[in-house]
Design a protein around this ligand. Structure first.
Ligand code: SF4
Length: 234
C-alpha cells in the first residue's frame, strides 16, 4: 500500500506508517534538519499529524546551536509543520547539561555521557507530550549510522515510562532506504552540514581525531550539503 505524494515530498512510493496503537498525533524530537528531513517526509507521506520539538541544550557552541535550529525551522516552515522551540531557559538548560556531564567528559561517543544526553532531551520531550496531548513521542536521533539505535530506543522508552498516556515510537527510520534519503534530502535542501555530534566534548574529540590524521580542524558554519562551493579539504 502506498500513499499519494505531495509535490514537496521526495517522489517515491512508501509504505503507510501507522504510529503505535493507531494514534495519528505525534511529537517528533528533532536535533537538526539533516536527521529530521527524511523522518518528516516519511510522516507527511503517511498523513501523520506531527509537531517538532527542538530541545538540544547539548549543542555547543551557540553559533552551531543556532545554525542547526534555524535550518530545522526553515524546513518545517516549508511544510507548515508546527515547531516547538524549547529554549526559553537555554542558559540554565546548558548549565544543567554540563553539570550532568561532569565526570563523563572523556567518555566515548555511544557511551554513558550519550545516554545521559538522550535521557535529558527525551525526558523534557516526554513531559511536553504528556502535558500537551501527544499520545506518541518519537525521535530522529537514531537515523544517523553513527548512533546506537538500541541506546536511543532504551532512553526513549525510559522517558515516557512515568506517563501512561504517552508511548515511545521506536520506529527504525533508517530502514527502507531512509539513511540514503536522509542524505538525498539534505543535498536537495542544501542543509547546513554539521561535522560533529553536537556537544563540546564531541567537538574536542573530533578535532583531536582530525589532527591525528593531519586534517584541519572543524570550521563551524562553513559546509552545506550539495553545495560544492562550501566544501573544503576535510
Ligand atoms: S557525543 Fe552527541 S549524544 Fe553524546 S553527549 Fe555529546 S552531543 Fe550528546
Amino acid at each position: 500500500m502506498t500513499t499519494p505524494q505531495s509535490p514537496l515530498v521526495t517522489p517515491i512510493d512508501r509504505p503507510v506508517l501507522v504510529p503505535p496503537n493507531g494514534h495519528n498525533k505525534v511529537l517528533l524530537h528533532s536535533c537538526c534538519a539533516p536527521c529530521s528531513g527524511e523522518v518528516m517526509e516519511a510522516m507527511l507521506a503517511s498523513g501523520i499529524d506531527y509537531t517538532i520539538y527542538f530541545y538540544n541544550p547539548n549543542i555547543h557552541p551557540l553559533k552551531e546551536y543556532m545554525l542547526r535550529k534555524e535550518e530545522n525551522v526553515r524546513f518545517a516552515e516549508k511544510f507548515g509543520i508546527p515547531f516547538i522551540d524549547k529554549d526559553d531557559d537555554y542558559e540554565n538548560d546548558r548549565k544543567e547539561w554540563f553539570e550532568k556531564a561532569r565526570g563523563m567528559e572523556h567518555e566515548p561517543e555511544r557511551g554513558i555521557r550519550c545516554t545521559m544526553c538522550f535521557d535529558m532531551r527525551f525526558e523534557k520531550a516526554a513531559q511536553y507530550a504528556h502535558e500537551n496531548g501527544f499520545p506518541v513521542l518519537t525521535s530522529c536521533l537514531g537515523i544517523s549510522r553513527w548512533k546506537d539505535m538500541k541506546q536511543i530506543n532504551d532512553c526513549g522508552h525510559r522517558a515516557v515510562a512515568p506517563y501512561d498516556d504517552v508511548v515511545y515510537w521506536d520506529f527504525n527510520w533508517r530502514k527502507g532506504g531512509g539513511s540514503a534519503r536522509m542524505i538525498e534530502i539534505s543535498k536537495r535542501e542544501n542543509f547546513y552540514q554539521q561535522e560533529y555530534c553536537g556537544c563540546a566534548y564531541s567537538l574536542r574529540d573530533s578535532n583531536a581525531h582530525r589532527k591525528s590524521q593531519g586534517r584541519r580542524p572543524i570550521k563551524i558554519g562553513v559546509l552545506y550539503y550539495g553545495d560544492e562551493s562550501t566544501q573544503y579539504e576535510k
